[in-house]
Design a binder for this molecule. Structure first.
Ligand SMILES: Cc1ncc(COP(=O)(O)O)c(C=O)c1O
Length: 365
């Protein structure tokens, strides 16, 4: 962009809308020759595998885990494609969403030079991952209603701003971001927007996955760690254009998803009914817990949540946190987060666990 496009009063450039994605990618990544694994190079029919220095005899386990897994997890992606209504080619699976976040930094952000925008209070890994990758962070806080400050975000953009993280439903506040605001940003933010939908299964708002064809600068992240109950398997999902998925495949470790996780997830994904029942149960429990918490004099506000947790403002969060911890109930103290003074984040448990919490709170004074 030439200097004459820059506002002489503010020094800011006009909104240019989404740039060409390739223009946003780090040069060393564009020029990278990725690692080519044995399983990757050979695509024909094989009956004797002498290509990857594995143990040909087997493994000490009943299920043989002696062979390297499918680097692209196609069976898993075919199943996810059916559930999510997206072609398998538009899916990338990470070792948790945290790997997806880290890879996004590695693909788009030149250390030291580039920066990203995050909107606190929000999920902590966006900032930690930026720090690990030595990438600058611009913080544009949410409004007092926990919504996006759209103008603030656009004003914060400079020529080196590559990514914007939007978490919806947001952790730790639990609310959805206004869809119209997200759309305004998708139309005007000149970098890549990552919408983190870790809690989307609990939300009344629909996913942005269906908007991928509309916005080439959009990455949608989901996870199997929450509603799907598979946190231990470490499976983060990323949905994006073919161009972006290609970049993720280029930079990922060759076998980033282990065979046990692939097989177990495939088995779990057949059980949508169980998961849907749990989601309904969590929503019911959330309404009940909100009502019960509202009865305590030390509870000042229970924020409306579209996730599987509640942000609860109390009189003295640290004192209450310590009291609960002393009685072996662990919640998250968010009092140090901006806009979350004296707030605890409480995950919905089973009906029995929620009752235990309420009974204990009755003893707190
Ligand atoms: C908003 C958000 N995104 C991502 C994650 C992490 O997901 P994963 O387990 O897939 O790494 C969390 C976990 O708490 C989260 O709250």
């Amino acid at each position: 962009m030439s200097n004459k496009d820059t506002n002489p009063q503010t020094g800011k450039q006009p909104f240019i809308g989404p740039r060409d994605i390739i223009a946003l990618v780090r040069e060393n990544i564009l020029n990278l020759t990725p690692y080519s694994s044995a399983r990757h190079e050979f695509t024909g029919k094989a009956s004797v595998l002498l290509d990857a220095n594995e143990n040909a005899y087997g493994s000490p386990l009943e299920d043989n885990f002696n062979r390297y897994p499918d680097p692209y997890q196609w069976q898993l992606k075919f199943q996810l494609a059916k559930i999510k209504g997206v072609p398998a080619e538009n899916i990338f699976v990470g070792n948790g969403s945290d790997e997806v976040i880290d890879l996004a930094y590695r693909i788009f952000c030149d250390p030291v030079k580039d920066n990203v925008i995050i909107c606190p209070p929000t999920y902590g890994m966006y900032e930690v991952s930026a720090n690990i990758n030595n990438v600058g962070i611009k913080k544009v806080n949410l409004t007092s209603e926990f919504q996006l400050d759209v103008q603030g975000i656009l004003d914060a953009v400079d020529a080196n701003t590559k990514l914007l993280f939007i978490c919806s439903p947001n952790n730790p506040t639990g609310n959805n971001m206004n869809r119209a605001d997200v759309e305004t940003l998708l139309n005007n933010f000149p970098g890549v927007i990552l919408i983190d939908e870790a809690y989307i299964n609990y939300s009344r708002q629909k996913t942005f996955i269906q908007e991928l064809t509309e916005y080439p600068n959009l990455i949608v992240m989901q996870t199997l760690s929450k509603a799907w109950g598979l946190a231990a398997l470490r499976l983060g999902l990323c949905f994006a254009s073919l161009e972006i998925i290609d970049l993720f495949n280029k930079v990922k470790p060759p076998y980033n998803i282990n065979e046990a996780s692939q097989e177990l997830a495939l088995e779990a994904l057949a059980n949508t009914e169980q998961v849907n029942n749990w989601i309904k149960e969590v929503v019911t429990q959330k309404t009940a817990l909100t009502k019960e918490l509202g009865k305590f004099s030390f509870v000042e506000k229970v924020h409306t949540s579209d996730a599987n947790f509640l942000l609860v403002k109390v009189k003295d969060a640290t004192r209450l946190y310590d009291f609960l911890a002393k009685h072996e109930i662990v919640v998250r103290n968010r009092t140090r987060d901006v806009l979350c003074e004296n707030c605890l984040r409480i995950t919905l448990g089973t009906p029995e666990e929620n009752l235990q919490l309420i009974n204990l709170l009755k003893r707190y004074a």
